[in-house]
Design a protein around this ligand. Structure first.
Ligand SMILES: [Zn+2]
Length: 390
């Protein structure tokens, strides 16, 4: 099997985040078993999704984690030229959902297992394939917990999101919270006797806007990022039932996209303080049973890697890329990095094609991914595998 054959199989499994990924995971497990590699599955609480963890080489500290997510974003409402779940080649490009983001990386990693075995590694290569990345990286914490429980300590992690095989050493983090304003309903003709949940939500939303604008003017700045500050905004609002009823409930979603060096929880606390110290006393003076809650539903850490770390030096040598890029999207690198693993994002394909209709990976990028894995096997193993690439 080639990387392309493997990619074709992987794309054939519809692993949109809302669905089970078990059919794909079972296929990967069988594939690895045929090569004598045992996999461990870590299921979610519903039993319909699983991470896969497998080790090539010795079970010991050190070595590298190759991290990829198995889920993909939906195709609903997108106009595709061919079936998104059938790998289709046109003009040197392989089309299909997840080809770039990021089944292409999983394919080259699986294809390299034979090479890793032939290299008689003295340090392990771990495969860590997760679920629920595309809905806020909410799956990977339980995978990291499982790694901790095994009592081994990998030396570094490569997250294979599509970077055109360039090194990405940083991205912002995201903290999101559901907001709920609980007001007091009454006839709109006596509006001052009620507590208007929509209007109090509007005041929180304006507080968030002002905080975002203040940061935009005053910082803190990190000019590697565009924009160079942490940003805050409210992306959704629902509230009220009729024009002539003072609304009881209003719900909204607040997002904080933060520089890796900033603690987003402290920013959220400043919003909470405004609610507690300014808004809630006013609300409760009218009706005591009112209030505001903010509950976090997504906490994806940002990350900045040390450009001089061993893994960064090794990947520069392999890829020839001497830049230190940062990107606008988030990845599981934030979680690996927060757990203390030196982490670099580097993988085949381009995120410019990710999440779009007619997503593709260039055939040449898949080949670049194969060469990368071959060089990695050579760098980690005692013997460089002699087999030339097809
Ligand atoms: Zn991705």
């Amino acid at each position: 099997m080639t990387s392309r054959d493997i990619l074709s199989r992987l794309v054939g499994f519809d692993t949109v985040s809302s669905k089970s990924n078990l059919a794909l995971i079972d296929w990967v497990r069988d594939y690895l078993e045929q090569q004598g590699i045992r996999s461990d599955l870590i299921h979610d609480e519903t039993g319909t999704k699983a991470h896969l963890w497998a080790t090539v080489g010795p079970e010991c500290d050190g070595g590298i984690v190759l991290s990829g997510h198995t889920d993909v974003v939906p195709v609903d409402g997108q106009s595709w030229s061919s079936d998104p779940f059938t790998l289709t080649e046109r003009e040197g490009k392989l089309f299909g959902r997840g080809t770039a983001d990021m089944k292409g990386f999983i394919a080259v990693a699986l294809n390299a297992v034979e090479r890793f075995k032939a290299a008689s590694l003295d340090r392990p290569v771990h495969l860590a394939f997760s679920y629920d990345e595309e809905i806020g990286c909410i799956g990977v914490p339980s995978l990291l917990e499982a790694i901790r429980r095994r009592g081994i300590r990998p030396a570094a992690c490569i997250v294979g999101e599509p970077t055109m095989m360039k090194l990405v050493i940083g991205h912002k983090g995201i903290l999101c919270a559901h907001g709920h304003v609980r007001g007091f309903e009454c006839h709109s003709s006596t509006a001052p006797e009620g507590v208007n949940a929509v209007q109090y939500a509007a005041r929180i939303i304006d507080f968030v806007r002002l905080e975002c604008e203040r940061r935009y003017r005053e910082g803190p700045f990190d000019h590697r990022f565009i924009p160079s500050t942490t940003t805050l905004h409210v992306g959704t609002v629902q509230g009220g039932t009729a024009f002539n009823i003072v609304p009881r409930d209003c719900r909204f979603d607040l997002e904080i996209r933060h520089l890796p060096t900033e603690d987003p929880h402290r920013i959220l606390q400043s919003v909470e303080r405004h609610c507690r110290d300014v808004l809630e006393p006013e609300m409760r003076a009218v009706a005591p049973d009112t209030g505001i809650t903010l509950s976090v539903f997504c906490d994806t850490p940002g990350f900045v890697a040390d450009p001089g770390s061993d893994i960064a030096v090794l990947l520069r040598r392999i890829t020839g890329d001497n830049d230190s890029a940062v990107v606008a999207y988030t990845t599981e690198a934030g979680h690996f990095s927060r757990d203390g693993y030196p982490t670099i994002v580097c993988g085949p394909g381009s995120m410019a094609q990710g999440h779009k209709p007619d997503e593709f990976i260039e055939v040449s990028q898949l080949a670049a991914g194969d060469r990368f894995m071959e060089a990695l096997a050579g760098a980690l193993g005692r013997v460089s595998p002699p087999r030339p690439l097809p």
